[in-house]
Design a protein around this ligand. Structure first.
Ligand code: ADP
Ligand code: TYD
Length: 212
């Protein structure tokens, strides 16, 4: 449904390096004269950041899978309307740190809610908007948990509610990302997240430069 602009998303396990690479890609694109909107989910808007607090607060253990799914999509719906569609309509490049693919793998598979339920909400929140290109920063579960843990112990809030999920949950998420990438090879491009930050940046640029 979007016209003109380019919509790129970063996906991958927690701690895979999405945020690091998104920032570097945005800087590079700006260096090439492009107007770039960087956004992240959950979050991205003032309302989304409030929803993010509910989702990631480790005290909210009773949050049900359905409520969790709806909150991720509430944050996304606000972001799509407030930032993403207007920027794409102006012909800009939008780069998002996570989007509906995250809900497919974490809630659809990790929580077992199923792809049909997730895509029904995507239909409401995103109204046909789909990324033109998705970069899957690929790391194994152990590296993901180690990096997320190292980051969380250094952060004031400590472990988040999602990071506290079982290893089995994170394994389901990992497997779901692999299946998704295999199913949509045209849109979803894998980069090896265990390489150095500079090497991943180059791999990302090799892919994205064909689109701009
Ligand atoms: P994400 O947004 O996927 O959670 P971040 O970009 O926040 O990932 O990175 C998570 C942690 O891993 C940070 O401490 C970051 O400095 C580190 N990191 C990012 N990329 C790499 C890499 N290629 N190799 C080693 N450490 C990395
Ligand atoms: P994020 O801030 O991207 O975490 P990280 O930097 O560790 O990758 O996302 C927060 C958490 O929310 C992360 O564990 C993934 C989860 N998540 C979902 O479960 N569903 C979703 O739709 C999204 C966008 C994120």
């Amino acid at each position: 449904m979007q016209s003109r602009g380019l919509f790129i998303t970063f996906e991958g396990m927690d701690g895979s390096g999405k945020t690091t690479q998104m920032r570097r890609l945005a800087e590079r694109l700006r260096g090439h004269g492009q107007t770039v909107l960087e956004t992240a989910e959950p979050g991205g808007t003032a309302i989304g950041r409030k929803i993010r607090q509910i989702l990631l607060d480790a005290a909210n253990q009773e949050l049900s899978p359905a409520a969790e799914l709806l909150l991720y999509f509430a944050s996304r719906a606000q972001n799509v309307d407030e930032w993403v569609l207007p920027a794409l309509g102006r012909g800009e490049i939008v780069i998002a740190d996570r989007f509906t693919d995250s809900s497919l793998v974490y809630q659809g598979c990790g929580r077992g809610l199923g792809a049909d339920t997730v895509m029904a909400l995507d239909h409401v929140a995103c109204r046909g908007l789909k990324p033109d290109l998705t970069l899957l920063v690929d790391i194994d579960v152990e590296t993901s948990l180690a990096r997320a843990h190292a980051r969380n112990t250094a952060a004031p809030q400590g472990e988040t509610r999602m990071d506290e999920q079982s290893v089995e949950f994170h394994r389901k998420v990992y497997e779901a990302y692999q299946r998704l990438a295999a199913r949509e090879p045209e849109r979803i491009k894998r980069v090896d997240g265990r390489a150095s930050i500079d090497a991943i940046e180059r791999a990302v640029w090799d892919i994205v430069s064909a689109y701009v």
